[in-house]
Design a protein around this ligand. Structure first.
Ligand SMILES: O=c1nc2n(C[C@H](O)[C@H](O)[C@H](O)CO)c3cc(O)ccc3cc-2c(=O)[nH]1
Ligand SMILES: C[C@H]1O[C@@H](n2cnc3c(N)ncnc32)[C@H](O)[C@@H]1O
Ligand code: SF4
Length: 323
């Protein structure tokens, strides 16, 4: 039996407003068109969650020069603090951050994330023409800063947005290189672009056959300690083939996929039933991988350790985490 991991997650969205206009996005609204999530609203939601460990804070972006940037950042910080105080483990992906913002968020997150997406600059003339946050060198710099700050980090590729096969390999090599320097990448998401209702791009989804091939290539480029994550709701009937190719993680399983709202996440029990007959054992993990616990400040490390021991006591399906 091979272990396949997932995280029991819930996603909150501080705001859907975003100054970028990625043509494949089904998430964003225009700046000023969305009311931000209040702490009271968040508390109301969080109080009702059962069996959720990870709180994923996923946000649209307010322009760094906007007068509202500071209050946007403060809201995200406060939401993380609230989540921690209620026993959840926060993982934030709020797009591009300043070094100072990233350093502050490290104090209230057990891990963070940002998709590198693709390194090729050609996309700046197509899907990212109106998305200043998607400059490849800016995103690569974010990964470097996360490394300098010793933040356990999740990144990944967005596939099928106009890149070539060679571009994908270059992006994987860029991730491997930055990890070589800082050793901070805990997982890489291979995210097939999947068309939704709201976007303007509206092209065919990334081909499963290509995804399976890419998982094998990624496995040969990335070190073994980096887990390859695939979203089960976007690969549907090809899930087992993806696992056979070397993917080991299914990411955060939450009631809604906020990024791909047209593709609901399968239930954990349904996934388990799909995996077990194929000799794959579904195991819950935390949003931080055990080898990074030592990078956390004392309060965060205590929260994580609480979950690791609680998990071992209450679930016969949980992993024996090794230090
Ligand atoms: O439900 C989702 N979770 C997404 N997650 C959540 C992710 O699966 C988990 O938060 C991490 O694996 C940590 O447990 C992301 C996290 C990142 O850091 C970067 C990108 C994503 C993308 C998605 C996504 O499209 N849908
Ligand atoms: C949270 C991450 O989700 C990815 N993302 C944004 N839109 C889509 C889509 N239509 N399909 C798949 N992934 C998407 C982006 O790479 C973003 O960084
Ligand atoms: S993908 Fe992220 S950066 Fe791009 S428009 Fe959507 S919310 Fe904004």
């Amino acid at each position: 039996m091979k272990a396949i991991t997932y995280s029991s997650a819930y996603t909150i969205v501080p705001t859907y407003e975003c100054f970028n206009r990625c043509t494949y996005c089904n998430f964003r609204t225009d700046p000023g068109q969305d009311e931000w999530m209040s702490l009271a609203q968040a508390e109301h939601i969080l109080q009702r969650l059962d069996h959720v460990v990870e709180l994923l804070i996923l946000s649209g972006e307010v322009h760094p020069n906007s007068a509202r940037r500071a209050s946007w950042f403060d809201r995200i910080f406060d939401l993380c603090k609230l989540a921690l105080s209620m026993g959840f483990l926060p993982h934030t992906n709020a797009g591009i951050l300043s070094f100072d913002e990233m350093a502050k968020l490290k104090t209230v997150n057990v891990s963070m994330g940002l998709m590198l997406e693709q390194m090729t600059p050609t996309l700046l003339e197509s899907v990212h023409r109106h998305a200043p946050s998607k400059l490849p060198e800016v995103r690569l710099q974010q990964l470097a800063w996360a490394g300098e700050l010793q933040i356990p980090f999740t990144t990944g590729l967005l596939l099928g947005i106009g890149e070539s096969e060679r571009d994908r390999i270059e992006t994987l090599v860029a991730i491997a290189n930055i990890h070589e320097q800082y050793k901070h990448i805990q997982e890489v998401i291979l995210q097939p672009y999947s068309p939704g209702q709201k976007e303007s791009l509206s092209q065919a989804a990334f081909q499963p056959r290509q995804l399976i091939q890419l998982i094998k290539i990624a496995r040969s480029i990335l070190p073994d300690t980096i887990s390859i994550q695939i979203p089960p709701n976007l690969v549907a009937e090809d899930l087992i083939a993806c696992l056979d190719a070397g993917a080991q993680d299914l990411g955060g399983i939450s009631p809604h996929d906020e990024v791909n709202p047209d593709y609901p996440h399968p239930k954990v029990e349904a996934l388990r039933q799909q995996l077990e007959p194929q000799s794959y054992h579904l195991v819950q993990r935390l949003p931080i991988y055990p080898q990074y616990d030592r990078w956390l400040a004392d309060d965060l490390r205590a929260a994580v350790e609480h979950h690791r021991t609680a998990g071992l006591e209450t679930s016969k399906n949980s992993v024996t985490y090794r230090k």
